[in-house]
Design a protein around this ligand. Structure first.
Ligand SMILES: NC(=O)c1ccc[n+]([C@@H]2O[C@H](COP(=O)([O-])OP(=O)(O)OC[C@H]3O[C@@H](n4cnc5c(N)ncnc54)[C@H](O)[C@@H]3O)[C@@H](O)[C@H]2O)c1
Ligand SMILES: [Zn+2]
Length: 354
């Protein structure tokens, strides 16, 4: 992968933006937003001196708009704005924008520099760091993409002031995952945080720590051959529940990614408890936090066969076996684990228990 990305724990957005831009050695600057971040976040930075000549590109919001058409539109706008190989793109938005803009920048004239300025907690803690970029294709999520690092990722929780509660909780689930694979101390800190009335300054400190945990893991195994699978905790069951929720069935509502991950964490910690001796007190504490902020998913036992089937089609599986990342304890990671159908059904029962 290209040069290492610098993660900035932002204290002064104006200065850090200027610094990142100057280090990118650009001729022209472009800023990509979606319709919402154009309204909510662009005004926060548009008067910065370093952005006085920046050209704004606005794309429709939402993961459903993260397709090839949107990529083509960004390429066109770069072209129309006179972008060269030395231009720089700032992605100002959630994971949709950082995925799309990261991909468009990495392929435009064989790759121009880009800076991620994530504006959702999910993008801050996950999508904007780690070098995965791409778009949805042929009905499949993130089907086309490249591993490519942003030169800078500027983390500033001030952007979260306009973010709704559900999207904040969604991002927090990924922080919870990082804490579980890291250490007892980080985990305890997260469970003690008041997510109902979040203190954004405290969240900034916790977030920076959380991103470092991800970075440490990604650095060891950037292409997910082995140890990066630690980051899949909660995602085997989580992805299946997320996909299930997205199916067009009357009365079904799509879940935000982090909510599905929170339920996935509950199920996979249960599997960890029965298969790899994850301590039951840690299980209960984590699950009671999750239930209080995320509730339980609207699945019934009639949905189990279908959810299991979705799991058997997971990209992460090896030799047709459903692949789990489990824990022996907080911070004790056990990758490449399997579970029987009965055990998975018991985990789904456990997720549904209020
Ligand atoms: N590359 C990776 O490693 C990775 C990891 C996780 C997720 N993703 C991708 O990220 C996307 C999901 O990210 P997301 O949850 O950030 O979704 P998103 O980018 O769609 O943002 C969610 C909503 O919040 C709005 N928004 C963003 N910032 C705001 C702010 N500060 N104030 C008010 N509204 C704001 C957006 O316009 C959107 O409507 C998906 O496309 C997913 O595939 C990628
Ligand atoms: Zn995730």
């Amino acid at each position: 992968m290209n040069i290492e990305q610098k993660i900035i724990d932002s204290k002064n957005l104006k200065q850090e933006t200027a610094l990142a831009i100057s280090e990118c050695g650009h001729d022209r600057i472009f800023v990509l937003t979606d319709e919402n971040t154009a309204r909510q976040c662009w005004p926060v930075i548009r008067d910065f001196f370093s952005l006085r000549q920046a050209r704004l590109i606005v794309t429709p919001a939402g993961d459903a708009n993260k397709g090839l058409d949107a990529v083509v539109k960004v390429w066109h706008e770069l072209e129309a704005g006179g972008a060269t190989r030395h231009s720089c793109l700032i992605n100002l938005g959630g994971g949709m924008v950082t995925d799309l803009g990261g991909f468009a920048a990495s392929t435009y004239k064989r790759g121009i520099d880009f800076i991620n300025m994530p504006t959702t907690l999910l993008a801050m803690v996950d999508a904007a760091t780690g070098g995965k970029t791409g778009f949805n294709f042929g009905g499949l999520k993130n089907e086309i993409g490249v591993f490519s690092n942003a030169r800078f990722v500027i983390l500033n929780t001030d952007f979260l002031k306009t973010l709704d509660e559900s999207n904040l909780r969604s991002g927090y689930a990924e922080m919870l995952k990082h804490a579980l694979i890291d250490s007892e101390q980080t985990w305890a800190e997260l469970l003690n945080f008041n997510l109902a009335e979040p203190d954004l300054e405290q969240l900034q400190t916790m977030l920076t720590k959380s991103v470092r945990i991800k970075q440490r893991i990604v650095k060891k195994d950037p292409k997910e051959r082995d140890s990066r699978k630690a980051l899949n905790l909660g995602h085997t069951i989580g992805h299946a529940i997320e996909e299930w929720s997205m199916e067009q069935v009357p009365g079904r509502q799509p879940l935000l990614h982090g909510y599905a991950v929170a339920y996935g964490l509950t199920g996979e910690l249960y599997l960890s408890a029965i298969k790899t001796q994850f301590p039951t007190d840690r299980l209960c504490q984590t699950v009671s936090f999750i239930r209080s902020y995320y509730g339980v998913p609207p699945i019934t036992c009639n949905d189990y066969p279908h959810i299991l089937e979705l799991m058997t089609h997971d990209k992460k599986n090896i030799n047709g076996q459903i692949n789990f990342t489990l824990l022996g304890n907080v911070g004790d990671i056990r990758i490449n684990r399997t579970a029987t159908e009965e055990e998975i059904k018991a985990a789904l029962d456990f997720i549904r228990e209020a």
